[in-house]
Design a protein. Structure first.
Length: 100
């Protein structure tokens, strides 16, 4: 398993968003991260990127399991994480990371 490096809190703080049957989005982060560590309180679908908006076709993640998600390289605009519930409302927690 490769170790992941959380990015500076001043520029890439951890964020949370509460989702329901309607998607919820975090505030945006500036370009520069290679990925984001995501975990949630209930199973949910997530989308990551510029103007991300999760739907039932997005990537599903299980509850209480940190999942690293790769960001497309060279994103030149602020990006965010979006989540929508599978069955139950919940919250998503996110922290930008680099691989090395």
């Amino acid at each position: 398993m490769e170790l992941l490096r959380p990015l500076a809190d001043a520029y890439f703080p951890a964020q949370t968003a509460a989702y329901t049957a309607t998607s919820a989005e975090t505030a945006t982060w500036p370009p520069g991260a290679q990925g984001v560590m995501v975990w949630s309180t209930t199973p949910c679908y997530v989308s990551v990127g510029v103007n991300a908006q999760a739907t039932a076709s997005s990537t599903p993640i299980p509850a209480y399991t940190p999942v690293p998600i790769f960001l497309e390289p060279n994103i030149g605009a602020p990006w965010r994480v979006s989540a929508v519930r599978v069955a139950d409302n919940g919250s998503i927690y996110c922290k930008p990371i680099n691989i090395r």
